[in-house]
Structure formats: C-alpha cells, structure tokens
Design a protein around this ligand. Structure first.
Ligand SMILES: [Zn+2]
Length: 99
C-alpha cells in the first residue's frame, strides 16, 4: 500500500477583521467562498489573494506528488499549519510531525 507524498486538508474560514473573531469551522475553502461576507462584520471571509495562496499550496502538493510519487504507508507526514490574513500573505504557524 502507498499514500500520496503530500496532501492538503483545508477546512474552515476565519474572519481576519480586527476584533471580529467569527469562525465557520465547517466552511469549505474553495472558489464558492471567495467574497463571502462575514455574518458578524461584513468583511470578506476569503479574498482572491487568499484563494491564490490556496491554489499555490494545492499546486505545490500536486507537483510534489507528481515528482516523488506515492510513499509507503509507514512514512510520516510533516504537517504545516498555516494561515492567511486576506492580504495575500501566507504565514506558516507551526511545523510538526504527524502522530
Ligand atoms: Zn468578521
């Protein structure tokens, strides 16, 4: 058995407006959400700039899988926790090995 070398799991949207704090933990992070207004403050929950970062990360995972190919099921994933802020900035918050 084998599994993909890289995979991306993106789940939920968080409002980036100062002091808002709205979170929709179950929202998909895809094109359908671009420009969706925050129900609490009206700011965009997913900007075009953030969606471009999502596409970039998906491209990187796809390119890695095409280059490296499947890896053994025993191989450990390294998890990158990241966030965007609506501006197009992409910040890696944490890097950890899969449990
Ligand atoms: Zn908000």
């Amino acid at each position: 058995m084998a599994k993909p070398a890289a995979k991306i799991t993106i789940k939920g949207l968080k409002c980036d407006a100062d002091g808002c704090g709205f979170i929709d933990p179950d929202a998909p992070c895809d094109e359908s959400q671009v420009g969706r207004a925050c129900p609490k403050c009206g700011a965009s929950l997913l900007t075009d700039a953030d969606m471009a970062n999502v596409r970039l990360l998906q491209f990187v995972a796809s390119a890695l899988n095409a280059e490296v190919g499947p890896v053994a099921d025993e191989a450990q994933y390294v998890m990158l926790h990241w966030r965007t802020d609506g501006s197009g900035n992409l910040k890696i918050l944490k890097i950890e090995e899969e449990e």
